[in-house]
Design a protein around this ligand. Structure first.
Ligand code: FAD
Ligand code: DHB
Length: 431
């Protein structure tokens, strides 16, 4: 790999960036804080990051802690990314990462630690005691809360996140990368040593790799999830994954006042066909299947439909472009792995860039894709397995339905099979 300049401290990098744009040094900021202040000048940083989701923001945070400068380019507004309703389950490893990097305070106050989940099927409830089986736990804490905490930490540390700045293309990836983006009606350029594409499946980073370099492995499912956020106190302390002949349902939560619920629906379903009363009726049918258990209902605050898919693109790197999170892999949400995988990818990248900027070592950077893909494929298999076990599959195939029942009964009665579910669900420390 050709060696661009390797400043030893973040301060030096920030100073170099300001030199490049002709700005005076200002303690605390890593690079020109707003594009308005750089005018036509060249903007430079060490690592250019596309996308301010959990992956891009966490990477920027980790790099800052290693004294490496970065700029995050995000197409949406801050308000939008801080309120985008998505995943809610943090694995133990993700919680540890947030705590170890100084982001544990609100998580520890507001996050809900869960030591088990319930599997509900055939009119019975079965608890999988995750902590008893693995010594580890999960924490329910909304993805948008993680995003808010990360944005606050970056901005407090003088970091630069450019919102409403869509990246349009990448160039110079073989030696001197540039992110070309629009901001406030102008075409802008960010010059960097490396680009990390954290811009999700619909981003521009992955398509910047020439045809024929990447291999895509993919599976689509004939169903989607209808998700609702409801102002209703959760009726339970732990998540319920329910298998029902009408389809899968999931009972989750965001706080002692707010429930988060999901229903399996056909892939082409229109949310307009689901007035609130129909949603509650279907949730009652699929969840009120055990004695003395009723759903708590309340006003629906938000609802939407998310298609399910499995996808991996390999390798996760090309030249000076590294790809992380949903930009290179998608899992169906049944295993609650999407956000956790995104954080695990950038934890590897944080260490790899730290090693490279410290002494020019390329070992971790070169091994990034191979190492990350081991966890990615473990999560792919687990998410596919949970999805296949819990959803209503092909209605015309009674053999498949019988296999599902056998699997559910086995995982509910065998300690070793339940341990396999639990260790994947809470997240394997090493893969
Ligand atoms: P993202 O969070 O998608 O972040 C990518 C960022 O890049 C976005 O902010 C986007 O605006 C930005 N971007 C895109 N293109 C550009 C561009 N050209 N220029 C600049 N910025 C750009 N997982 C679960 O486990 N459970 C769930 O219930 C669940 N629900 C989901 C619902 C939806 C609708 C979606 C899309 C995903 C859901 N996921 C869920 C998956 C989980 O949220 C993702 O795995 C996680 O967001 C991945 O983080 P990321 O940082 O890789 O990508
Ligand atoms: C939630 C989402 C999931 O995909 C899951 O498996 C569990 C919980 C949630 O949004 O709370």
């Amino acid at each position: 790999m050709a060696s661009p300049s390797r400043p030893s401290t973040e301060w030096k990098a920030a100073a170099a960036a300001r030199d490049a744009i002709g700005q005076a040094d200002a303690p605390g900021d890593e690079i020109a804080p707003t594009i308005a202040s750089v005018k036509e000048a060249r903007m430079r940083t060490q690592v250019g990051i596309v996308g301010a989701g959990p992956a891009g923001l966490m990477l920027s945070h980790l790099l800052h802690r290693q004294g490496i400068s970065s700029v995050v380019i995000e197409s949406r507004s801050r308000e939008y990314v801080e309120h985008r309703l998505r995943a809610g389950v943090l694995e133990q490893g993700s919680v540890d990462l947030l705590r170890e990097t100084g982001l544990g305070a609100r998580l520890d106050r507001e996050g809900m630690r869960h030591e088990g989940i319930e599997l509900r099927f055939d009119g019975e409830s079965h608890r999988v005691p995750m902590t008893e089986l693995t010594g580890r736990a999960i924490t329910v804490y909304g993805q948008q809360e993680v995003v808010k905490d990360l944005i606050a930490a970056r901005l407090d540390a003088g970091g630069t996140i450019l919102f409403e700045a869509p990246a349009e293309r990448l160039s110079g990836l073989d030696s001197a990368p540039v992110i070309h983006f629009r901001h406030q009606g102008r075409e802008e350029e960010l010059h960097c040593d490396f680009v990390v594409g954290c811009d999700g499946y619909h981003g521009i980073s992955r398509p910047a790799v020439p045809d024929g370099v990447l291999t895509t492995y993919e599976r689509t499912y004939p169903f989607a999830w209808l998700g609702v956020l409801a102002a209703a106190p959760p009726a339970v302390d732990e998540l319920i994954y329910a298998h029902h002949e009408r389809g899968f349902a999931l009972y989750s939560m965001r706080s002692p006042q707010i429930s988060r619920l999901y229903l399996q629906v056909p892939a082409d379903e229109d949310i307009a066909d689901w007035p609130d009363e129909r949603i509650w009726a279907e949730l009652r049918t699929r969840l009120e299947t055990v004695p003395n258990w009723t759903l708590n209902e309340g006003p629906i605050l938000e609802k939407g439909i998310t298609p399910l898919r499995s996808l991996v693109v390999e390798p996760m790197q090309w030249q000076r472009l590294y790809l992380a999170g949903d930009a290179v892999h998608i899992v169906p949400p049944t295993g609650a792995k999407g956000m956790n995988l995104a954080l695990a990818d950038v934890a590897l990248l944080g260490d790899a860039f730290a090693a490279w900027y410290a002494d020019g070592s390329t070992e971790l950077l070169d091994g990034y894709s191979r190492t990350a893909l081991r966890r990615v494929w473990r999560a792919q298999q687990f998410s596919w397995w949970m999805t296949s076990m819990l959803h209503r599959l092909n209605a015309d195939d009674p053999y498949e339905a019988k296999l599902q029942s056998a699997t559910l009964r086995y995982v509910s009665t065998s300690r070793s099979y339940a341990t396999s579910l639990a260790e994947n669900y809470v997240g394997l420390p090493q893969v």
